[in-house]
Design a protein around this ligand. Structure first.
Ligand code: SF4
Ligand code: SF4
Length: 117
């Protein structure tokens, strides 16, 4: 999914004009994407002269760090080492479930592409 680096966006409005589904609007001189409307066509990325439209994958390290911070924060709410360990095991189960959902979704999308059966 695309996202806009507000530090790079100069507010030129090119992406707003090019977006085929009006998913981009300006707020305080910076572009912002309504992800509910976005159809992931990539036009905004192609037209931006500032390379302000970034790819989702660039956020992976930041998201991992956020997940880890949240886990540590919640872990502190448990008193004993056993409780903390049980909590961490539940978090592993949670992320394993997320991983499975993602893997199965990718498999189904590949079927849509005709790559797999
Ligand atoms: S094209 Fe780039 S610089 Fe211009 S408004 Fe869109 S994101 Fe900002
Ligand atoms: S990817 Fe396409 S639909 Fe989504 S915001 Fe950019 S131009 Fe609009």
């Amino acid at each position: 999914m695309p996202w806009i680096d507000k530090n790079k966006c100069t507010g030129c409005g090119l992406c707003v004009r090019e977006c085929p589904v009006d998913a981009i609007s300006m707020k305080e001189g910076k572009a912002g994407i309504d992800m509910d409307k976005c159809i992931r066509c990539g036009k905004c990325h192609d037209v931006c002269p500032q390379e302000a439209v970034r790819h989702d994958s660039e956020k992976i390290p930041q998201e991992i760090e956020e997940n880890l911070e949240k886990t540590k924060e919640l872990m502190e709410k448990f008193g004993t080492e056993e409780e903390k360990k049980a909590f961490l095991e539940r978090m592993i189960k949670h992320y394993n479930k997320e991983k499975k959902v993602a893997e199965k979704t990718i498999k189904k999308i590949k079927i849509l592409m005709g790559d797999e059966k």
